[in-house]
Design a binder for this molecule. Structure first.
Ligand SMILES: O=C(O)CCC(=O)C(=O)O
Length: 326
């Protein structure tokens, strides 16, 4: 097994010559260690041949490093369950080649994944579930060995490091940011999705009450590497609050600050930008990323011409640790 930094990229390590169907706990530990220490939170394992149940096994092996596997709880628009794979969801516009593809309750020709067209803009960049009391620690995607399930252009998954962005800031600015928190709001996120799609069912006051906003530090510490990084989510930030006084800063200043910090992380967000690793999917790629220290975004592709299918798994959350220098 060879583990090396992704050549010419700002982040990411790749593993060659490994098989996640038979990898030992020691192999997995080496991969995760390289992902944290060298990869700034992105690990790409190449050339895998994984059935859905093998993905389950791979994630069970990874789980001790990322709190625990998160069971897949389905809401409208998401993929149907795969029998025997309680942690697995499907992403993309792929149509079943036959009835009961992957053992699912689907008919030939049915779209079997959750498909949300991506945009190229900065708004697409996010970290998953920051509005939860325990934001997710990691997400994994796998590109199955199918010859018609990846677009030949577009459809990359883009990553940018919130740790690198924090480290590049001036000391005085780092110090200022350590004194701020931001409000991560599920309602704000839902209203954004509703504004993009007027036909989308509006969330109710009751649903909003079930997911109250969370106040998280703008600078967080990684529990393993102890590195500090920015923790922002432009899609769902409702306010920025001064930690010492508990007072929100003026709304316009908060919006400008979050936009500026997002730009510090992703630049213009486009593939080719020196801050961005755009993962071009190949059949058999298994990618896991540390959701605590990265922003990510899917790139658009021509869904009229091409199909895309990825298996998706996630890992449970943990409370966000504040700055290591109070
Ligand atoms: O489809 C992709 O490339 C990214 C998916 C994503 O944003 C996620 O799983 O949170």
């Amino acid at each position: 097994m060879q583990i090396r930094a992704l050549s010419g990229e700002p982040l990411g390590v790749e593993v060659l010559g490994a098989d996640l169907r038979t990898a030992t706990a020691e192999d997995v530990e080496r991969m995760v260690d390289a992902m944290h220490r060298t990869g700034r939170g992105v690990l790409v394992v190449r050339d895998q041949h994984l059935a859905p149940t093998d993905c389950e096994r791979a994630c069970a092996m990874l789980a001790p490093h990322f709190v625990a596997q998160q069971p897949y709880t389905r809401w409208p628009g998401q993929s149907k369950p795969i029998p025997g794979c309680p942690h697995l969801a499907l992403l993309g516009n792929y149509r079943a080649r036959e009835d009961n593809e992957f053992g699912m309750d689907v008919v030939k020709g049915e779209v079997i994944g959750e498909y949300k067209p991506a945009k190229q803009n900065l708004e697409e960049w996010h970290t998953d579930g920051s509005f939860l009391p325990n934001p997710k620690v990691a997400i994994a995607l796998y590109a199955p060995q199918l010859d018609d399930a990846l677009p030949p252009e577009g459809g990359e998954t883009r990553f940018a490091s919130c740790t690198a962005a924090f480290e590049a800031l001036a000391r005085e600015e780092q110090e200022k940011l350590r004194g701020l928190c931001s409000v991560h709001s599920w309602e704000k996120f839902m209203r954004l999705l509703e504004s993009r799609d007027p036909g989308r069912q509006k969330v109710t006051a009751e649903q909003i009450a079930e997911k109250p906003p969370q106040l998280w530090p703008v600078v967080r510490t990684h529990p393993v590497t102890k590195a500090e990084s920015l923790y922002i989510n432009p899609k769902n930030t409702a306010a920025v609050v001064n930690k010492a006084t508990g007072e929100p800063i003026p709304e316009e200043d908060a919006r400008r600050l979050v936009d500026r910090l997002a730009e510090a992380v992703v630049g213009d967000g486009l593939p080719g930008n020196s801050k961005v690793y755009a993962h071009t999917w190949k059949r058999g790629d298994f990618v896991i990323w540390d959701n605590r220290v990265l922003l990510h975004a899917a790139s658009p592709f021509d869904a009229e011409k091409y199909q895309r299918l990825l298996f998706r798994m996630e890992f449970k959350g943990e409370p966000v640790l504040g700055p290591s220098t109070p």
